[in-house]
Design a binder for this molecule. Structure first.
Ligand code: NAG
Ligand code: NAG
Length: 578
């Protein structure tokens, strides 16, 4: 019945996103003949009915439009009736039968006419119905409806059993001739299942729920018949009113997932189509997102929305989003529906590896370590994914003390473990620095550096070395002369020793290990100074031998000894001949 029958299609073009609207107009051809709902129309007319009285025939239907639709009615030639064709406000043509000449039951108790209905197509199509008229006795008055047309509007959600309408007809007769029965006389199939008519009360009730989206209007003819057989017709029009009973629908026309974490703000993620079967505000849909997400939703063109990024994304903070979109209509109360898009964010190499500590300033390695032992492990982390997070370690420094680095250190490029390539000697190299690099496998790769300060720890691996008195060859005696008159505390000599280690390992102490005459000499434990402890006595030997032990403070301690020959004499001539 719609003059324009249009199919709306949309074509989505991706990259860049664009929507094209396609309207396909379906044109009518005259493929339907006009038709009465029933091929036989029964009428009861009293013989005394005045010329000019009208009788409803009920309209014929033709689903085509324009000139292909129903155009006119024709009545077979007869002396009593003519047709009056009229147009109702909704544009339907209907015909009333009009009595032209009084009837006479005694000569013609029944009449049979043919009504033909025509459309305007080329060629024309036609439909026919038989009108069978019973002429009834004069003393029987026909029932009269209070209205010729009853119009009712019903909300589509009225319950089954709802009282739609009560028809009322009156009859001037008395007794059984005034008992009126109502029944549907011209009823479309669609209405047949929906409504019932109580034949005595004239109440039309709903027997099956209505659906505005299925049928918007029911038109039917009801007959009232009295006990004498007289019959009248009326028209009943039931309009269905829309209720907000359809939830909006939402469809994803296209979804782009995953998207790169460095996508610009405004990158399209999805195209969403909405639909609502209701009409008016009940069918108007708008979409929105929950708050706090870095996305926005914008209306695109009729019933289409685009979902876009609204802020920069960071996969390292959120690698996946569940974006819930709500579509709500404007009905009262509104109805809504939700749909969720799972959006994956894909990785970009936007993070350099970071060392766990900004700078490994101190690594301590004891000297004399075995060559090829692991001395330290560095570790860097990279929050990116896959290759972008695969770290390779290397040493940037190329030389230590003029020697190529590989003779000192190596690194396991995968684990970051550093190995010494030689045994370190504290006495030669006390500390050195190396720069290490952690690089990821991205394209291009990102890297960071850290500096390692390696301290060699001293071990007590050096014995004290006695500088004085020097140990000459056997025989080339080194001796010290002590005057026989020396006072107590006379400084005889001083043992001088050094230790190449450091700290405790080089902290020396001096001890008398052997003496020809114990109690005659003493040695300063820290100074190495040898002094007399008492004066020389005649019974003391002129030649005295001392063995001095020099010991460091290491764990365990190392030591050295030296022998000293002392001669009591007043002068060199006295001592020298020996
Ligand atoms: C998204 O939904 C899935 C499935 O329900 C769930 O496993 C996942 O954890 C959710 N992700 C987020 C970021 O909430
Ligand atoms: C790391 O050190 C190398 C060599 O000294 C230098 O070229 C590079 O720029 C440094 N990289 C960073 C991230 O500091």
């Amino acid at each position: 019945r719609t003059p324009l029958c249009i199919l709306n299609l949309k074509v989505v073009i991706e990259n860049p996103l664009d929507i094209y609207h396609l309207k396909i107009e379906i044109q009518d051809i005259n493929d339907n003949a006009p038709q009465f709902l029933s091929s036989i129309i029964q009428l009861e007319i009293i013989e005394t009915t005045q010329p000019g009285t009208r009788f409803l025939l009920g309209n014929a239907k033709d689903p085509d439009i324009g000139t292909n639709a129903l155009q006119n009615y024709h009545l077979s030639t007869n002396p009593y009736f003519s047709l009056d064709v009229k147009e109702s406000p909704d544009g339907n043509r209907f015909a009333d039968l009009v009595l032209q000449k009084p009837l006479d039951r005694e000569s013609e108790p029944t009449l049979q006419l043919t009504v033909t209905v025509l459309d305007g197509g080329k060629p024309r199509k036609t439909g026919t119905a038989q009108i069978r008229i019973n002429v009834t006795d004069a003393n029987d008055n026909p029932p009269i409806f209070t209205q010729e047309i009853y119009t009712v509007s019903l909300r589509e959600n009225v319950p089954v059993g709802f009282l739609v309408l009560q028809l009322e007809a009156s009859d001037k007769d008395e007794g059984s001739h005034a008992e009126i029965r109502y029944y549907f006389s011209n009823m479309p199939l669609s209405a047949n299942k929906k409504f019932s008519l109580d034949s005595t009360s004239g109440i039309i009730s709903l027997v099956e729920s209505l659906d505005f989206e299925e049928t918007r209007e029911y038109v039917m003819t009801v007959a009232a018949k009295d006990g004498g057989g007289s019959m009248t017709h009326c028209k009943v029009e039931i309009r269905v009113l829309d209720e907000n009973d359809n939830v909006p629908e939402m469809m994803f026309a296209s979804v782009f997932s995953p998207i790169l974490e460095d996508s610009q703000s405004g990158t399209v993620i999805a195209l969403i189509k909405t639909n609502d079967k209701d009409i008016g505000d009940n069918g108007k849909v708008f979409c929105y997102l929950e708050d706090g997400l870095p996305f926005k939703i914008l209306p695109s063109s009729n019933n289409y929305y685009t979902l876009l990024t609204d802020r920069p994304l960071d996969r390292e903070k959120a690698s996946q989003y569940n974006i819930t979109i709500t579509a709500t209509d404007k009905g009262t109360p509104p109805l809504s529906t939700h749909k969720t898009i799972s959006l994956q964010i894909s990785d970009i190499n936007d993070n350099a590896p970071a060392f766990e500590k900004a700078s490994y300033s101190t690594v301590h390695v004891p000297e004399n370590n075995p060559a090829s032992s692991s001395i330290f492990s560095i570790k860097a982390v990279d929050p990116d994914l896959g290759r972008n997070a695969r770290i390779t370690y290397s040493i940037l420094t190329s030389k230590i003390e003029e020697l190529p680095l590989p003779s000192y250190l190596s690194i396991n490029s995968e684990t970051g473990t550093l190995y010494s390539q030689r045994s370190f000697d504290y006495e030669q190299l006390r500390e050195f620095q190396v720069q290490v690099k952690a690089e990821d496998g991205g394209s291009p790769p990102l890297s960071s550096n850290a500096t390692l300060k390696v301290f060699i720890l001293d071990q007590n691996d050096q014995s004290p070395q006695i500088l004085y008195p020097s140990q000459g060859a056997e025989g080339s005696a080194s001796f010290e002369m002590v005057p026989r008159s020396a006072e107590v505390g006379y400084l005889v000599t001083k043992v001088v020793a050094v230790d190449a280690d450091s700290g405790h390992n080089a902290w020396l102490s001096y001890h008398l290990l052997q003496a020809t005459e114990p109690g005659l000499f003493t040695i300063g434990a820290h100074t190495g100074e040898i002094r007399t402890l008492r004066t020389f006595l005649e019974r003391d030997a002129l030649k005295q031998k001392l063995v001095v032990l020099v010991k460091d403070n290491g764990q365990p301690p190392l030591s050295a000894t030296v022998s000293l020959n002392l001669v009591f004499a007043e002068n060199f001539q006295e001592a020298l001949p020996e």
